[in-house]
Design a protein around this ligand. Sequence first.
Ligand code: S5P
Length: 253
Amino acid sequence: MKYEDRITTTTNPTAKRLFELMVEKETNLSVAADLTSSREILDLLDKIGPEICVAKLHVDIITDFTPEFIDKLMALKEKHNFLIFEDRKFADIGNTVKMQYSGGVYHIVDWADITNAHTVPGPGIIEGMKEVGLPKGRGLLLLAEMTPEGTLAKGKYTKESIKMAQENEDFVIGFITTKKLINDPKFINFTPGVKFGGGGDALKQQYNTPEKAIKGGSDVLIVGRGIYQADNPQEEAKKYKEEAWKAYLDSTS
Ligand code: S5P
């Protein structure tokens, strides 16, 4: 199904917005901006903003974080029309994650359109996050699978995660997964571990190529080192965007 035809299959405003802007910008590329200084991240996002639909962050690796970073991030979001995904991977009981999501130093719920959660605590984690996230129209991704060699997120774990998503489809907008998991167009499959040439890294990360990931039913490709470590991240992001969009057009035509 084409992204434009999936807009009406979900009630979640963030999922709707994501489908819309993927169509507007003709991109299903998300960057994992895993850099450690505010300036580097903002520079990268300003350069590659036109190529991406989602900017994925790990805010807790930034060494010089201040609230002004979020103000500048919001300005770039406006300028380039992308969504913000804080890859926090929440993993605690409902009452605790609710505080972690809305409070602390980062106040993630105030600025991240999308965040994600492990399903190991069971459905209470979703219920806790939903209490603060849904009133703001946010969307949650469940880590139904993970990319590293030896992951425990497979088989029954993945199946149970899908069930939790189906029971909370107003707030859960999709999955972190290597492939399409169920035939339900409202759920968006975000796939990390993507790099030209495939392979892996020294710490058990495993890569798929953009084309294979999209043909396996992935909707949004997450590319980190493949882009920000390239000699010319802007050119490289363009290449990923073009390859991923072509694979999407092929698979939906
Ligand atoms: O299973 C996973 C889930 C995630 S969100 N495997 C992953 O690699 N990720 C994230 O995707 C990871 O935290 C990192 O930010 C990004 C992959 O980065 P890369 O440099 O390996 O492309």
